[in-house]
Design a binder for this molecule. Structure first.
Ligand code: XMP
Length: 512
């Protein structure tokens, strides 16, 4: 990977940290998120960052057990931007004062930018602007050498800077879309760091292939191929690096969408790589018998996956490496840093403690979804595969609320197929993800002259660019009506169809 020009994001456990990384990458500057530790010099020596961003976080600098920032970080001559807790940590480390605010600020707030700062270049300083605040503590005295550069009614020091040392701090969150000038502020910081904005996917692809070649040499690797964008891109990257020493194993866990297993096989049969399809549906269903708790389901599916791979690898011979298509949001949402665990995505947090491979290789671990799609195009994968909507590793297992049974899998597969067919017929293109889920609610209906007591299907469709936040898509009523009619008529066991209008947050995209 080209690390010539990168920004290092030091994580204090805030919920928006992945968005900071996203915004920096949107500026064509490579960045990585790492937990803040006192050994930060090791990272700095390894990565030679052009700039450092300190993230927000849930702690208070005054708490005994909170993570304090070493003042040495601010004397390296590298520009630093502190955000929220990162701003307070900077102030505290350099002799400023932080205290609990009389009024916590949460949500949209009007800010006044006070100074013609490099951080606020191209922003109209005569107008107040909306920023997103989320804090209890605040800076009440700036350290020596700092100027106050922005303020709000409840937070007189909403931003500060020491231009001689290239140190900047904002109490608000520029990475959140609600901060109107947030994108400009982060882009200005990229300029302060003298970054040339030349990070490109083609260099990522080339560097990753070279890196994998060196790392794996003539050893064998097994790729967990699901047929989704992520694992397909990971597989093709690996195959370019190690050729025939890669075997791709596609596990049909019986929780795939209707006809999906055959479709995946058809695509990869055309590629010059070893492809094995394993039918493991029964074994997954047996393991899931009686299990209703979502996290437990995820762990079981994750573990069973690994066991199937281990068995396959023994059949192939000595396999040292397991390749997975894990991407950055999976890593972050699985609670890598100090952020709360939201869901353990099965290809990361759901791994069992013991995995019988020398190492797991995750070539896309640092990429966001749209970057993975770009990498896929660079590698020449077909557009219908590259632009495919995401499908979770645990598959329909987390789209069936409660216990998973063969009958329920059939119901959700058929309903989902109808939904996808009608969306395609209506030529609706801009939805980020859409699917049917089976609720575990049964209710009374009437069909013909008889009473029914059947399941309700929930339809979900979301608009999203990064899958970290999403809003419900406004599907035309005629389309929903057709889907609903077809499902209750064609899918046995369903007598009611509901549409989910919730955004993320507070809901997640999947139901479990
Ligand atoms: P949530 O439900 O967390 O989903 O809002 C965000 C995105 O992640 C996908 N997802 C998963 N992908 N393994 C995966 O590979 C998983 O366990 C998993 N859970 C959710 C989900 O489909 C959406 O695109």
């Amino acid at each position: 990977m080209s690390t010539k020009e990168m920004i290092l994001i030091l994580d204090f456990g805030g919920q928006y940290n992945q968005l900071i990384a996203r915004r920096i990458r949107e500026n064509n500057v490579y960045c990585e998120v790492h937990n803040y530790t006192d050994n930060f010099m090791d990272l700095i020596n390894k990565l030679s960052p052009r700039g450092i961003i300190l993230t927000g976080g849930p702690q208070s600098v005054y708490a005994d057990d909170s993570t304090k920032c070493d003042s040495a970080l601010f004397n390296l001559g590298i520009p630093v931007l502190g955000i929220c807790y990162g701003a307070q940590a900077m102030a505290y480390a350099l002799g400023g004062k932080v205290d609990t605010a009389a009024v916590s600020e949460y949500g949209k707030t009007d800010v006044n930018f006070l100074v013609d700062s490099k951080l606020f270049a191209n922003i109209d300083l005569n107008e107040s602007s909306v920023v997103w605040m989320s804090h209890t503590d605040r800076i009440i005295n700036v350290p020596n050498g700092f100027d106050i550069t922005a303020s709000t009614v409840n937070c007189p020091i909403a931003a500060m800077e020491n231009t001689n040392k290239n140190l900047y701090a904002v109490q608000f969150h520029p990475e959140v879309v609600h901060t109107v000038e947030g994108y400009k502020i982060l882009s200005n910081f990229v300029d302060i760091c003298s970054c040339n904005r030349n990070w490109q996917m083609s260099s990522f692809v080339k560097d990753t292939i070279n890196h994998l070649k060196t790392k794996i040499g003539d050893k064998k690797a097994l790729c967990a191929l699901s047929g989704g964008v992520d694992s397909s891109v990971a597989a093709v990257l690996m195959s370019k690096a190690i050729g025939k020493n890669l075997t791709c194993v596609f596990v049909d866990h019986g929780l795939l969408r209707k006809n999906e297993a055959d479709e995946v096989e058809a695509v990869f049969k055309n590629y010059d790589l070893k492809f094995i399809r394993v039918d493991a549906s029964e074994r997954f269903l047996n393991k899931l018998k009686g299990v209703v708790e979502p996290e437990r389901k995820r762990k079981i599916i994750g573990e069973e996956f690994i066991r199937v791979f281990e068995e396959q690898s023994k059949l192939i011979g000595t396999v040292d490496y397991l390749v997975q298509g894990t991407i950055y949001p999976d890593v972050i949402e699985s609670g890598l840093g100090k952020s709360a665990v939201i869901k353990s995505h099965h290809n990361v947090g759901g791994l069992p403690d013991f995995v019988d491979f020398k190492e797991i290789v995750e070539p896309l671990r640092l990429l966001f979804k749209d970057e993975v799609r770009q990498a896929g195009r660079e590698l020449g994968l077909p557009e219908n595969l590259v632009s495919r909507q995401p499908f979770p590793g645990p598959g329909l297992g987390i789209r069936i609320i409660g216990e998973v049974t063969a009958d329920k899998v059939k119901i959700v597969q058929d309903a989902d197929y109808i939904y996808r067919e009608e969306i395609a017929k209506a030529n609706i293109k801009n939805i980020g993800q859409y699917f049917a889920a089976l609720t575990n609610m049964r209710s009374v209906g009437v069909m013909g002259d008889g009473r029914t007591y059947d399941y309700a299907i929930a339809l979900r469709a979301v608009m999203t660019s990064d899958f970290m936040t999403a809003t419900a898509a406004e599907i035309p009523w005629e389309v929903l009506n057709t889907v609903s009619n077809r499902i209750v008529n064609e899918v046995k066991g369903v007598n009611r169809v509901l549409y989910d209008c919730t955004s993320k947050p507070p809901a997640t995209i999947e139901f479990e």
